[in-house]
Design a protein around this ligand. Structure first.
Ligand SMILES: Cc1ncc(COP(=O)(O)O)c(C=O)c1O
Length: 392
C-alpha cells in the first residue's frame, strides 16, 4: 500500500513511482517492447500460473501499465485498476465483465455519443438489452429495476448537457437489488469527484481527456475491486484493446499535473460560465457550478469542483452558431475535451451526430448545444475572445 499523503498532487506525483533500480533514472524507462524474456523454460509456467510476478507479452501486461494503474487506483480510492487503449475499451470491457447475453442495463441517453452507440447498437448484437431512462427520477429507476438489470451505468456530469446524477442515492438503491453501478468519471476526474467513495462499484475513464490532459494520448482506465479487475484483464487479453508502453508512460507523465490543471480548469470554468450567463447573446448555460443549474445543490454535495466542460445555447439559429464558432481564436474547433487548450464544437455536428433524434430529445441534446472545453489559458484571454466572438 503506497504512503497516503494529505495532498492530491503529492499522491499524484509519488504513487507508483520510484527510481529505476538498474540505472537510478528518476523518470521510469519506456518499456517499448512486445515481449519479455523468460529466465528459464520452467519460469514460463510460474508466470502463467501466478507463482511468480513478471511480464510475458505486452497485451498481457507491461511495467508502464503497472505504474500508471497504481496511480489511478490510488487516486480513485479503488483496490486496483486496468489501463486500456481508449475510454471506449474501458467502458466496453467493464460492461462485458459484468453482463452477458440475456442481461439488462439501465442508463441514460446523454452520455458520450460513442458510449450511446455501444449501448444502442453493439450490446443488442450480443443479447444484452438496455433501458434509456431519466436517471434523475428515482421512481423511473425503480420501475426499470423490474427488468432485473445487472448494471446501472452513469456518466456524471453528463455529456453534453452537464446534468448531475446522484451517485450515492442510485448506488444505495442498486445495491438493494444486487445491481452494480458503473460511473464514467471522465468529466469530473478524481480531483473533483470520487464515485467509489459515494458507493459506486466501478469507475471508468477516458484517459484521453483530463487524466492525460495534453491531447496526445488515447487511453482508458477501469477501477474497481481486485477480483473484478482480474475479470476485466482476462477479457481484454482475449478481446484486445491494450495500451502500449509509450502511451502509458505519457499518461503517467501527464497525470502528474492533473491536480494543478484541474484547479485552473475549475476556476476558468466558473468565471467563464458566470460571464456567459450574463451575456445578451446567450440563452442558456449548462454548468453544475452555477446557482441556476437545476442540480447545483447535488453537485456541491458530490463534487469538489466543477471542471472545465460546459455547454451553451445561443440566441439565434444555425447561422449565428456558425458565426460565433468561426470567430473564436483561442478556441480550437475540435472534438474531445479535458486538455490544456480550449476546444469548441457544436455537439450534434460531431460528438452526438450518430445519436438518433428521438434519443437526443430524451436526453435534452438539442441542435443548439455548443460544447466548450475550457483550457488552462489565462481566463482574461478566454473572456476577451468570447466577448469578441459573441459580438455578432
Ligand atoms: C465522457 C466520455 N467517456 C468516454 C469517452 C470515450 O473515450 P475515448 O475517446 O478515449 O475512447 C469519451 C470521449 O469523448 C467521453 O467524453
Amino acid at each position: 500500500m503506497p504512503k497516503n499523503y494529505k495532498g492530491f498532487t503529492s499522491n499524484l506525483i509519488h504513487v507508483g513511482e520510484s527510481p529505476d533500480p538498474t540505472t537510478g533514472s528518476v523518470i521510469p524507462p519506456i518499456y517499448q517492447t512486445t515481449t519479455f524474456a523468460f529466465d528459464s523454460n520452467e519460469s514460463v509456467l510460474d508466470l502463467m500460473e501466478g507463482r511468480k510476478d513478471g511480464y510475458i507479452y505486452t497485451r498481457y501486461g507491461n511495467p508502464n501499465y503497472t505504474m500508471v494503474e497504481k496511480k489511478i487506483a490510488f487516486l480513485e480510492g479503488g483496490e486496483n485498476a486496468l489501463v486500456l487503449s481508449s475510454g471506449m475499451a474501458a467502458t466496453s470491457i467493464a460492461v462485458m465483465a459484468l453482463a452477458q447475453a440475456g442481461d439488462h442495463i439501465i442508463t441514460h441517453t446523454d452520455v458520450y455519443g460513442g458510449t450511446f452507440g455501444y449501448f444502442h447498437e453493439v450490446l443488442p448484437r450480443v443479447g444484452i438489452d438496455k433501458s434509456f431512462i431519466d436517471v434523475t427520477d428515482i421512481s423511473a429507476i425503480e420501475s426499470a429495476i423490474q427488468d432485473n438489470p445487472k448494471i446501472i451505468f452513469l456518466e456524471t456530469p453528463s455529456n453534453p448537457t452537464l446534468k448531475i446524477y446522484d451517485i450515492k442515492k442510485i448506488s444505495e438503491l442498486a445495491h438493494q437489488y444486487g445491481i452494480k453501478v458503473i460511473v464514467d468519471n471522465t468529466f469530473a476526474t478524481p480531483l473533483n469527484q470520487k464515485p467509489l467513495d459515494l458507493g459506486a462499484d466501478v469507475v471508468v475513464h477516458s484517459g484521453t481527456k483530463y487524466l492525460n490532459g495534453h491531447s496526445d494520448v488515447m487511453a482508458g482506465a477501469i477501477v474497481g475491486e481486485t477480483e473484478f479487475i482480474s475479470d476485466c484483464t482476462d477479457l481484454f487479453r482475449k478481446l484486445g484493446g491494450n495500451l502500449n508502453g509509450f502511451d502509458a508512460w505519457l499518461l503517467q507523465r501527464g497525470m502528474k499535473t492533473l491536480g494543478l490543471r484541474m484547479e485552473r480548469h475549475n476556476k476558468n470554468g466558473q468565471i467563464i460560465t458566470e460571464f456567459l450567463e450574463q451575456h445578451s447573446m446567450i440563452e442558456k448555460v449548462h454548468y453544475p457550478g452555477l446557482k441556476s443549474h437545476p442540480q447545483h445543490e447535488l453537485a456541491k454535495k458530490q463534487m469538489h469542483g466543477f471542471g472545465g466542460v460546459l455547454s451553451i445555447e445561443l440566441k439565434g439559429g444555425q447561422e449565428t452558431i456558425n458565426q460565433f464558432i468561426n470567430r473564436t481564436q483561442i478556441f480550437t474547433r475540435a472534438v474531445s475535451l479535458g486538455s490544456v487548450e480550449s476546444l469548441i464544437t457544436q455537439s450534434v455536428a460531431a460528438v452526438h451526430y450518430n445519436v438518433p433524434v428521438e434519443y437526443r430529445e430524451m436526453g435534452g441534446i438539442t441542435e443548439k448545444l455548443i460544447r466548450i472545453s475550457v483550457g488552462i489559458e489565462e481566463v482574461e484571454d478566454i473572456l476577451e475572445d468570447l466577448e469578441f466572438s459573441l459580438d455578432i
